[in-house]
Design a protein around this ligand. Structure first.
Ligand code: AMP
Ligand code: MG
Length: 331
């Protein structure tokens, strides 16, 4: 005869085994999309409880929209707009301070190639408008902020621009941050297999079922073609490319990633793909390495711990960090 507590434990164990065997049979893959930050965001979750999965995805989208509301320079009430319009200090959230700190550390590591202060430059080029333009050197000189200086000075949770020329723009890091927040929420909800893709800024939880997540890397010069594939497990991969947002005039391609030294589209790369533990870091490093180009960019990626990457130089040649060479499957 079993005593009662032991019998109860046995029942519990049997229940757990039953639930576990059900998992294999009732796996669902829920895929949903939303338009956030002008980007089609896709979240995929594998699991058994479809209703809970849908609720978690919905909440992840809400969280990502909150990132847009707080950090977009297009939204009149965002922290970024308030900072850009004020010469005095402005109260911001603790997550804003954290995000700026990370961005600023990438600015320092990249000798200023990564800059969250190029809003004025971006506005001049008007790449997001119907009529983009090529500004003159004089026009650019009036909006280029000082390089080698943090964009903000801090007093607790109050921040103030360090120069009147600084117009904050987090376009090089905010999407990655939104991806990380979404992944964090899904993890908290018990999700063990998911991917969040914000227009090429990708982060995954676990594998895709029993296999790793298989990610395609876009060919920078052949639209819709893949350059390579990469297997991913509990990591993020982000690509910055000159093909994402550009116009051509007189045979010259003008794109959206600027060299902070001259306010013009950076000329050393076609695309950069970065693999990192977090999408926020991968996003900032991809933009930074794009500006730096194959030599200095590769050095930056090799020096960053837990980070790997691939740089397609302006002439189409490729450089790859040592740890990524074996992982890339070329098409
Ligand atoms: P990404 O696609 O992540 O490389 O980011 C490109 C976006 O980041 C642009 O659309 C700008 O909003 C912003 N940006 C442009 N140049 C830089 C730069 N040198 N450093 C940081 N952000 C930049
Ligand atoms: Mg970026």
């Amino acid at each position: 005869m079993l005593n009662r507590p032991l019998g109860f434990l046995l029942l519990l164990a049997l229940g757990a085994i039953f639930f576990w065997s059900q998992r294999g049979e009732n796996q669902h893959e829920v895929v949903r999309t939303a338009l956030i930050m002008d980007t089609l965001v896709e979240i995929k979750v594998l699991g058994t409880d479809e209703k809970a999965i849908n609720g978690a995805i919905e909440d992840a989208f809400t969280l990502m929209k909150g990132v847009e509301a707080e950090f977009s320079s297009y939204q009149p009430q965002s922290s970024i707009t308030r900072l850009n319009r004020s010469d005095d200090s402005v109260a911001v959230s603790s997550r804003a301070r954290k995000l700026f700190r990370l961005g600023d550390s990438v600015r320092r590591q990249s000798q200023g190639a990564f800059s969250m202060a190029l809003g004025g430059v971006k506005k001049l080029w008007a790449l997001d408008k119907v009529q983009p333009q090529v500004p003159t050197t004089e026009q650019l000189a009036r909006v280029i902020p000082p390089v080698n200086r943090p964009a903000l000075r801090w007093d607790g949770l109050r921040a103030q621009r360090t120069s009147a020329l600084i117009q904050l723009d987090l376009g090089g890091i905010a999407k990655g941050y939104a991806v990380d927040l979404a992944l964090e929420l899904l993890r908290r909800r018990g999700v063990v297999s998911a991917s969040v893709n914000a227009g090429g800024d990708i982060g995954v939880i676990g594998g895709h079922g029993d296999r790793p997540w298989r990610i395609g890397i876009q060919h920078p010069r052949q639209a819709g073609e893949l350059l390579a594939r990469l297997d991913l497990h509990d990591q993020a991969v982000v690509t910055s490319g000159d093909y994402e947002r550009f116009f051509e005039r007189d045979g010259v391609r003008y794109h959206h990633i600027f060299d902070p030294h001259n306010g013009r589209p950076a000329r050393k790369s076609q695309s950069v793909t970065v693999v990192a533990p977090q999408a926020t870091l991968a996003d900032a490093l991809a933009t930074a390495a794009f500006v730096l180009g194959p030599q200095a960019g590769l050095r930056l990626l090799e020096e960053s711990s837990g980070v790997e990457g691939l740089i397609i130089a302006a002439d189409g040649s490729r450089v790859i960090t040592a740890g990524l060479k074996e992982r890339l499957k070329w098409r």
